[in-house]
Design a protein around this ligand. Structure first.
Ligand SMILES: C[S@@+](CC[C@H](N)C(=O)[O-])C[C@H]1O[C@@H](n2cnc3c(N)ncnc32)[C@H](O)[C@@H]1O
Length: 193
């Protein structure tokens, strides 16, 4: 894809939550460990992928995927020499990542755009990718009056999100005036005897 197509093609690429969420609070509630593998799905400009890279350190890996080739190309230019691997992909389809390989899958303001069919396919891919004990963390815009955001009928309350995913929440926290983060553990760790 040419530079000019990315710079001047006025395709809507989705608004960044970068200056609207509390990054430190998000990180504090994710308990990311050095060496872990994290996936930022629908990474946009990749600002959280960069935060995750600091947490996983040089022995870890951060995969940053987005269907938007221009976002991925820009991110690739910025993160050379880091543990971040940006690539074009769609989290509602089977990605190139290996099964049972990811400790944390993170999506910020991506899910409300999915159709019901995409949501089902997303759950299939998340279940394929997460290691036993791995975490799915979703940041979404609260329902109700906000100065920005999708129409109310597109938004999901934390309860609706859990029901839609068919998953049990293991934690809910406010991560900015208008945002919440909900975490889910999908595959339990095997019992230790
Ligand atoms: C509102 S933006 C949020 C970007 C970033 N996560 C943030 O919080 O700033 C939504 C992003 O989701 C991406 N997206 C849309 N459909 C997707 C899909 N099926 N799989 C992965 N990402 C998707 C868009 O390309 C866009 O970058």
């Amino acid at each position: 894809m040419s530079q000019s197509k990315c710079d001047h093609g006025h395709k809507h690429r989705g608004k960044s939550s970068e200056h609207l969420v509390e990054k430190e609070k998000i990180i504090a509630n994710l308990s990311i460990q050095p060496g872990q593998k994290v996936l930022d799905a629908g990474c946009g400009n990749g600002y959280m992928a960069k935060e995750f890279a600091r947490q996983v350190g040089s022995s870890g890996r951060v995969y940053a995927l987005d269907p938007d080739a221009c976002s991925i190309r820009r991110l690739k230019e910025e993160i050379q020499g880091t543990v971040i691997e940006p690539f074009v992909d769609d989290i509602t389809k089977q990605t190139k990542l290996a099964p049972d390989s990811i400790d944390l899958i993170y999506l910020s303001t991506v899910l409300h755009g999915f159709t019901a069919a995409q949501m089902q396919d997303f759950v299939v891919e998340v279940k394929r990718l997460l290691k036993p004990g791995g975490i799915l963390a979703i940041v979404e815009i609260k329902k109700g009056e906000t100065p920005f955001g999708p129409p109310q009928n597109k938004r999901l309350s934390p309860e609706e999100l859990a029901n839609t995913l068919g998953m049990r929440s293991i934690g809910l926290v406010e991560v900015g005036q208008h945002f919440y983060m909900q975490r889910f553990r999908i595959k339990d760790l095997p019992p230790t005897y």
